[in-house]
Design a protein around this ligand. Structure first.
Ligand code: AMP
Length: 221
């Protein structure tokens, strides 16, 4: 389904939620429906790591330990990306903000001209672990697979681009537990931050992705 939103102010959608709650999956579906770019700070960082940029080299250790990359580096990288022309009509933010400081900085950047819609994708810790331990990602196009629920047609190969499927270094169980700890400590407080501003919709993510996607579209309307 394709939607077109004829609002004059940009449509900014923020996807909040623990790792593995489906932010990337939903952002991929929504970007096609809304004709907006999907901006994942995790993907941007992985791109920097691949290219061995100074930012990538600084971020790599934090990511592999399940820690957050510093607010300063994230905000600098994000603002650069938001200046690109495809962001004029809005964008879908996946995995950012992740700290109160990032949320406040983003708000200052919006200068009352943008009121983001925040979708909080809720998932229990048990489900997060179960999802991430079995997650595979295409090293080429980033498509996501789950070994039990949405396996690739051919073992180890992406259905879409035939790229190689890998497990992310931070999808190992010890790192997942650390990422969850970091999520509860640093990111979960954003739920209160945005709900105080009446900008937040919480959805349970233990549902089929298509159902979650349709509900998000209804909330945006
Ligand atoms: P993701 O792909 O969103 O799960 O992000 C992977 C990793 O990148 C996270 O575990 C963090 O180490 C880092 N990261 C991504 N986005 C942010 C952010 N907004 N703030 C700090 N670290 C981030």
């Amino acid at each position: 389904m394709s939607q077109s939103f004829s609002s004059h102010s940009p449509l900014v959608l923020i996807l909040l939620g623990p790792p593995g709650s489906g932010k990337g999956t939903q952002a991929n579906l929504l970007k096609m429906a809304l004709h907006l770019p999907h901006i994942s700070t995790g993907d941007l960082l992985r791109e920097h790591i691949k290219k061995k940029t100074p930012l990538g080299l600084k971020a790599k250790t934090d990511i592999e330990k399940g820690q957050l990359v510093s607010d300063h580096l994230i905000l600098e990288m994000l603002v650069e990306r938001l200046k690109e022309p495809d962001c004029v009509k809005g964008y879908i933010l996946d995995g950012c903000p992740r700290t109160l400081f990032q949320a406040q900085s983003l708000q200052a950047y919006f200068k009352d001209q943008i009121t983001p819609i925040v979708i909080n994708l809720d998932l229990s810790d048990e489900k997060v672990i179960e999802r991430l331990c079995h997650r595979l990602v295409c090293a080429n196009c980033g498509a996501l697979y789950h070994l039990l629920y949405s396996p690739p047609k051919i073992d180890g190969q992406c259905d879409q681009c035939l790229g190689k499927l890998i497990q992310r270094a931070d999808d190992k169980e010890a790192v997942i537990l650390e990422r969850l700890k970091v999520y509860h400590h640093q990111t979960a407080p954003l739920i209160a931050f945005y709900s105080q501003q009446n900008r937040l919709f919480t959805l349970s993510c233990d549902l089929p992705k298509e159902e979650i996607y349709q509900t998000i579209l209804e909330k945006i309307r």
